[in-house]
Ligand binder design. Structure first.
Ligand code: GDP
Length: 304
């Protein structure tokens, strides 16, 4: 596995969420619309089980619109869950967001029972951008909340609508290998935590199946069918000036170009996973985890 999984300040953020949760009516999880499954936090799902949930698919401007529709339908079919898609260019996302939260907690609202909403998401998913847009002119920020850890900020979006911010959070263990690659490709994991070449290869392997035509057009390539993923990466480097002295391809540079082109939307709007695919990967990941656990238990029993 090429991803070094260092979930950073997970423990303090988890503690802040657990402390705040009893007073929360709706939990918003901000997801990356290009990887809605992989950017969903299984730890958050565990902590907030049973709470009404709003899944916000952000960066929809970079995602495949058809797959965004499929993901919205997938989330909307879950009990107590609503979903909507946004991007940073939407000037007034507050109305849709507030309306969705109110629909999820119809018994809250008014000055006596203000709606209290927690917003969570992985690093770099666009939470600060969204909150800045939401805050605009209409909301006020308050720093200190007595008795509550200062990790969070309370944002008053309407007189009876409070939004509690949390720092970007990852989870303790990654069980779906592809999710690691997708998170790295999207920028959700820090640059030092993965091997760019491996991430670029996983990215190309994924995207060539969905959009070979776009890769061919972008890098002026012929038919991709005869190329392995490694050869495709090398071709990309050759076409994009990733050559070293002696004519060898600088694969590191080629990988950086591929990842950057994906991130900036140079390949067009791409989503790396459909709901059906992700459900399958998740089930496989869970089965592998169970196997691993069983082996570990057997070993520890045998050691006694
Ligand atoms: P945070 O770590 O979750 O607070 O993420 P930021 O708000 O700092 O955003 C991370 C990066 O994603 C920044 O470069 C933003 O400009 C960019 N970004 C945020 N939202 C969107 C969006 O909807 N579309 C696009 N294309 N970029 C976005």
């Amino acid at each position: 596995m090429a991803i070094q999984w260092f979930p950073g300040h997970m423990h303090s953020t988890k503690k802040a969420i657990v402390e705040r949760l009893p007073d929360i009516d709706v939990v918003i999880e901000l997801l990356d619309a290009r990887l809605p499954g992989s950017s969903s936090n299984p730890l958050l799902a565990e902590l907030t089980a049973g709470k009404p949930a709003l899944k916000v698919l952000n960066k929809q401007d970079l995602a495949d619109p058809e797959l965004t529709t499929a993901w919205l339908a997938h989330f909307n079919a879950l009990p107590g869950t609503r979903a909507l898609a946004l991007d940073a260019s939407v000037a007034a996302p507050a109305r849709a967001l507030i309306a969705a939260c109110r629909a999820l907690a119809p018994l809250r609202g008014g000055m006596v029972k203000p709606l209290r909403v927690l917003i969570c998401g992985i690093p770099n998913v666009g939470k600060s951008t969204l909150i800045n847009t939401l805050v605009g002119q209409r909301a006020t920020l308050t720093g200190d909340e007595p008795g509550i850890t200062k990790l969070e900020q309370k944002i008053v979006l309407a007189p009876d609508f409070y939004l509690f911010d949390t720092p970007g959070m990852l989870w303790p263990r990654i069980t779906v290998e592809r999710s690691g690659y997708h998170l790295a490709a999207s920028g959700g994991i820090g640059r030092n935590a993965y091997d760019e070449e491996e991430v670029a290869l996983a990215l190309l392997a994924n995207v060539r199946v969905r959009h070979a035509d776009r890769l061919r057009a972008r890098y002026k390539l012929g038919d991709l069918d005869g190329l392995t993923d490694d050869e495709l990466l090398a071709e990309l480097g050759r076409k994009r000036g990733g050559l070293m002295a002696g004519g060898r391809v600088n694969l590191q540079k080629a990988a950086e170009i591929a990842i950057n082109d994906f991130r900036t939307g140079a390949w067009g709007r791409i989503t790396l996973e459909s709901p059906d695919e992700f459900v399958q990967w998740w089930a496989q990941g869970q089965a592998l985890e169970a196997e691993r656990r069983e082996k570990r238990e057997k070993r520890s029993r045998g050691g006694k």
